[in-house]
Design a protein around this ligand. Structure first.
Ligand SMILES: NC(=O)c1ccc[n+]([C@@H]2O[C@H](COP(=O)([O-])OP(=O)(O)OC[C@H]3O[C@@H](n4cnc5c(N)ncnc54)[C@H](OP(=O)(O)O)[C@@H]3O)[C@@H](O)[C@H]2O)c1
Length: 327
């Protein structure tokens, strides 16, 4: 299928959103729908239940598909004009990072060539670079390079840590402080420039609509630089459970992370995450940012108390229900 005008999410267009079921992907699908109520949005997922919240969006076409299978990926992309790639993992072996962040972009570039799709918006991360300190960042770097070398009309976005009602970051620190008497924390002086998920989603959709962003790398960062310790403190304060922070030396932090990696399920913090934090997660200032897309980034204080405080509000309601003996 021949691509239409570069980055057009106008009526009748068909966009594939790989990773559309995730935290950022769900916001992207909502913004795409708001922008073009009649354009179709194709979202592949490994498991149908991961797309439950997307089903409320009438123009989203959820497909259970393995995007690591060339034939399945080609089927997902059939009839699409453009692709947004948000597929990523935060934890895993070097091989897993290679599979998801490097092999998939290679596969995607080939599938786009076969389908005649040129327009791709790919979400990477701040801190990428050949000498980046973690498997996560190095594999993201390699994925970017593959897509940049491919015959695509590509826009890359590099966000700092992303916050929003369903984030796995501030919500996690808030939950931990609700149950723990203190917060042991390694890497507390690591610096971030948190950015709101709605701003990132809007940026992705605006990129798709703006031919001038082809070839650009856009840094998505919020208005303030905060350390990890400050973020933990704010999450505790806004959720009503601020606990003292116990700074841990990096060596102990790595040991703690190793123990977490040995437990079943996703670790709260892996050694690779700790390694990523050696690079400041803040905008370089030499590349275009959200302002170049006409987006005035929201600050953490404008948004996060609303959803972190909600937890407390619900807890208060639960207490009142208990008093009233209603569940
Ligand atoms: N969240 C942040 O703070 C942050 C910061 C910087 C950059 N980013 C980047 O932003 C993008 C979106 O992140 P997110 O927070 O929305 O991630 P997320 O919530 O973890 O979502 C990941 C998505 O990728 C898919 N996925 C995960 N592992 C997969 C695998 N092995 N094979 C195929 N699909 C897989 C999932 O789909 P199914 O489970 O439905 O198959 C899901 O839709 C990523 O590129 C991430 O690196 C995020």
């Amino acid at each position: 299928m021949t691509a239409g005008p570069i980055g057009d999410s106008s009526p009748g267009r068909r966009v594939a959103v790989l990773g559309g079921t995730g935290f950022v992907g769900r916001a992207v699908c909502e913004h795409l729908m708001r922008r073009s109520a009649s354009g179709a949005i194709v979202v592949p997922t490994r498991r149908a239940m991961h797309a439950n919240t997307l089903r409320a969006l009438p123009t989203v076409d959820v497909r259970v598909a393995d995007v690591h299978d060339d034939a399945a990926l080609r089927k997902v992309l059939a009839g699409c004009d453009s692709v947004i790639n948000l597929v990523a993992i935060l934890h895993g072996s070097a091989a897993a990072f290679e599979h998801v962040h490097v092999a998939l972009p290679r596969r995607l570039a080939a599938a786009c060539a076969a389908a005649g799709i040129r327009r791709v918006v790919h979400v990477s991360a701040l801190g990428v670079g050949d000498n980046a300190p973690s498997n996560y960042l190095r594999s993201k770097t390699a994925g970017e390079a593959i897509l940049r070398a491919a015959p695509l009309d590509l826009t890359l976005l590099r966000p700092s840590v992303i916050f929003g009602a369903h984030d796995q970051f501030l919500n996690l620190f808030a939950k931990l402080q609700a149950v723990a008497p203190l917060m042991p924390l390694a890497g507390g002086d690591a610096r971030f420039q948190p950015v709101w998920v709605e701003d990132v989603a809007e940026a992705i959709v605006r990129c798709l609509d703006t031919p001038a962003t082809v070839g650009q790398i856009i840094e998505c960062a919020g208005p303030e630089v905060l350390t990890l310790a400050e973020l933990v403190r704010l999450a505790g304060r806004w959720s009503g459970h601020e606990r003292p922070i116990l700074p841990l030396p990096m060596a102990i932090g790595r040991l703690q992370a190793l123990l977490m990696e040995c437990l079943p399920g996703q670790p709260l913090m892996s050694r690779d995450n700790l390694a990523s934090m050696q690079t400041p997660n803040i905008a370089s200032g030499t590349l275009p940012g959200l302002a170049s897309l006409g987006i005035a980034a929201a600050s953490l204080a404008q948004v996060a108390p609303g959803y972190l405080g909600h937890r407390d509000g619900r807890a208060n309601l639960d207490a009142l229900r208990a008093v009233a003996r209603r569940g």
